[in-house]
Structures are given as C-alpha cells and as structure tokens.
Design a protein around this ligand. Structure first.
Ligand SMILES: Cc1ncc(COP(=O)(O)O)c(C=O)c1O
Length: 455
C-alpha cells in the first residue's frame, strides 16, 4: 500500500503503522525488516523517514536490532489487530431547540453579577500568580469552607465547622460522595423526586425505597413503615412538587432519626428562592443530634455550569470521610474555589442572590397571574424555587407536547421523576430560564394550545 503524501499524518507514522499491520505473528518464522536503505528505496521515502519509523517500533518494543544484521520483529504472542473495530456508541439526539424552553435549572445571566464574577476570577488568577501553591486541599480550600460556614449559619441556620464541609462539584456529586462513605443500608427517596437518585444510589451499592410525597412534604408514615437507614429529602422545597415540610413534621422526622440512629440527607438545593416569606431554617439547624448531612449547591445561586456545591458532613462521618478520601483530589479547581472566596469577600454573592431572587420573584408572580386566567392549567403554586409544577388534565401528553413544539414551546413531563406515576398530566415549567418579555408571549400561547386540544 503506498503512503499518502497528502495526508496530515506524517510519512514516518504511516510507514510505522504499515509495518505493524504487515507483520504476521503466527507465521512462526523470524521476520526481518528490510534494511533502512532498501526500505527507503522501496517506499520512495527518505532514509530519515524510515529511521524514524523503525525507532518508533523499537521504542514501543515491536522490533529489536541485531548489530550487523538489522531489524527483526519480536515474536510477540499477541499482536494488536490492524484496526480494531470500535463498537458504535449509542447517540442521543438532543431535542430540536425551541424559542420558549422552560428547561429546569437554567437561569438568566445577570450582567452585574457576571461582571462581579469575572472580577473574582481575575483576582483569583492574580493571587495564583503571586502565591503559586501545589495541589489544593482535597476537602476544598479552607478559606472557602470558612466563608461557607458563616454563609450557611447566617442564611440557613446551619451549625457546622469548616472541617465538616467538603467542596463538591455540585449537590449530586456531594450526594454520591456521601453515599460512598455510608455503611450498607437502604436509602429512602421522595416519590416523585430527583430523577437520577435510584441510579446514583445503586452505584454506591444502596437499594432505594420510594417514599410518597404529600402536601406536607415527604410522608412520615411511609418512613416509619419502611424504616430505611438513610432518608434523602428536600424539606425546604420538595423537588419537584414544591411542598414545604412543616416544622411539626420536621421535628417528628428528626426524633425518629435520633431514636433509631438513622441519617437524614437534607438537599437544600434552591433555598435562596422563596418569594413571599422567609424560608424555614434548614432541618440541620433544628437537629437535636448529629443526624443530618446537608447538601447545597452554587448551581442555583450562581450558575449550573460552574459545577460547585458543598456537603456538610455530620461530625461522626468526618473521620470516615478522611479515611476513604485522604488520597483523593479536590473535586473543584482551586482557581474557581479561590474566585468563590473573592466573590464572597466582595459581597457579590449576597448581592447576586438578592438581585436574582427579585427578578425570579417577578417572573413567578407574572407566571401565576397569567396562568390564573385559565382553569385548564392547574399550578401547584408554592411561591418558591426555579420551577413550577402544573397539572394539565384531559389532554393526551403526546399530543400536547407535539402541539407545543409546533408552537415553539417546551415544557417537561414529570413521568421520569415518578415511580408508578398516578397520572401523566404533571409538567414542570422551569420559568427562570425564560425572560419576563418571553413569558408574555409563551404563556398565552401555551393556554391557547391547551384550549385547542382540551374539550
Ligand atoms: C433536587 C435537586 N438537588 C440538587 C440539584 C442541583 O444539583 P447540582 O448542584 O449537582 O447541579 C438539583 C438540580 O437539578 C435538584 O433538582
């Protein structure tokens, strides 16, 4: 086979590959390569090209030299196949983009906050230049853990020391880490709930048990009946339905956990966004024993692309974490953690949350006003978060989604969040992803589509 002189692959690499492919490992005979000069003539390339190809084969151990005789292929038992067939990777085709996409988790970029974040990153870069350090602390920068301790105490009542905090690359990874250090046991999860949870739990060797959600949050009756060793819950704003676990239920849950030595995993993923009242302090803040692990994220407070969150370990798990993770690396780049420290220190994070909360409050209010003009769409209104769950009864899901795509709108069915779903008419609207001006177009259009399809 001639070499391809127009190819981007250098000639010596082409020759190297050709020689490797031409070797017949089972022939039994000692196979000698042509001398450099003869090979150069045969292939019509320079001697340097051949030398480079032979050197590469030599360096990788495919050939050896015998002084005075030349180059020989090694009689290797196994030989890589010429071009191994790579199995096709199943591709998932992303849905067609639409103008009004109520995708959960996305937020609008706020210019002043973004500028402050850019400044914080520049400050971190300057600091890294002035004081180069080696590997960042695996648990997270002590300065950031210290800022978080204050932030969590003042905003959520969480009581902890910096040594209990691990900086993670998001709440989900914080949960994965936590599950990986817990002993064997079953994990109770809310139903409906966060979709990736059963898979995440099974990767850590934990079976899950579904706990129904009532208008008062996760069902305590179900917890007491199932007696799981660990309970994952979103008490501030149940995901996805949005109910709040009232104080009486919180205390009962904590009493049960303390009496039975069970662990509660509190995911406080969007507590920054409460639009009418102050949020209840975190469950962790009223725990009477060391029975709550607390998860949080900067995904909702800043941006999900940042991939930064935190896990507050109960004190009894700190040593277990260190035993298992002492040789692991930091989950988030030191530079970004340092930028977050600067973002805290300049007050930008607090300003961002208040700015973002006020914009999202206006969106929430406008959305619920617009939806109040129809009874075809029934919001489960909770006055919080980045999502609103609605029921749209009496319209087949497939027909509704198709008509909405044609109208350039996308909302998200909750089927995959539910184990044994009661009905298929629940949808999630990630309203913070859409601008106020776009809400004015999209919601009347959504209502018109429902009017058309409903009877
Ligand atoms: C219940 C819940 N917890 C946590 C998160 C955030 O996770 P992460 O920080 O990994 O983006 C989300 C967002 O999707 C969520 O819905």
């Amino acid at each position: 086979m001639p070499l391809d002189r127009d190819s981007k692959t250098p000639l010596y690499l082409q020759l190297y590959q050709l020689l490797k492919d031409s070797y017949l490992p089972k022939s039994g005979n000692q196979q000698q390569l042509l001398s450099i000069r003869r090979m150069a003539q045969t292939m019509n390339v320079s001697k340097t090209t051949v030398e480079q190809a032979y050197d590469q084969l030599l360096a990788e151990g495919y050939v050896y030299t015998v002084p005075g005789s030349g180059y020989f292929f090694k009689a290797l038992k196994a030989w890589p196949t010429a071009s191994p067939k790579t199995p096709a990777i199943p591709v998932s085709t992303p849905p067609k983009p639409v103008t009004y996409d109520f995708r959960y988790g996305a937020t609008q970029l706020l210019k002043p906050s973004w500028n402050a974040w850019k400044k914080a990153v520049r400050d971190a870069l300057r600091q890294a230049e002035a004081n180069p350090v080696s590997y960042p602390d695996a648990q997270g920068l002590p300065a950031l853990r210290q800022r978080l301790t204050t932030f969590l105490r003042t905003t959520r009542g969480v009581r902890c020391q910096p040594d209990q905090i691990v900086i993670t690359n998001g709440a989900k990874e914080g949960l994965a880490l936590l599950l990986s250090i817990l002993p064997a046991g079953t994990l109770g999860i809310e139903n409906p709930g966060y979709r990736g949870l059963p898979a995440l739990a099974s990767a850590a060797g934990k079976a899950t048990v579904a706990l129904p959600v009532t208008t008062q949050g996760v069902s305590l009756t179900a917890i007491k009946a199932a007696q799981p060793q660990f309970v994952y819950t979103t008490p501030a704003h149940q995901f996805p339905l949005g109910y709040v676990l009232p104080i009486a239920q919180r205390l009962e849950l904590l009493q049960w956990a303390a009496a039975e030595s069970r662990l509660i995993i509190e995911d406080d993923y969007d507590s920054e966004y409460r639009y009418h009242t102050q949020p209840l302090p975190a469950l962790q803040s009223v725990a009477m024993a060391d029975q709550v692990a607390y998860l949080g994220t900067f995904a909702k407070g800043i941006d999900p692309t940042l991939r930064m969150g935190y896990l507050v370990l109960p004190v009894h798990l700190v040593a277990v974490y260190h035993r298992q993770y002492q040789y692991r690396s930091a989950m988030v780049a030191g530079l970004l953690q340092q930028a977050m420290v600067a973002y805290f220190d300049s007050g930008a994070y607090y300003r961002h949350i208040s700015r973002s909360r006020s914009l999202n409050r206006r969106k929430y209010q406008r959305l619920t006003q617009l939806l109040a003009t129809t009874d075809r769409i029934q919001p489960i209104a909770t006055g919080a978060g980045l999502q609103l769950v609605v029921r749209i009864p009496g319209i087949a899901q497939k027909a509704l989604l198709a008509a909405l795509t044609a109208a350039d709108i996308r909302i998200y069915p909750l089927d995959s969040n539910w184990q044994a779903m009661p009905s298929h008419d629940y949808y999630l609207l990630g309203f913070t992803a859409v601008s106020l001006a776009d809400l004015e177009v999209a919601i009347p259009r959504l209502i018109a589509v429902c009017d058309q399809l409903g009877h």
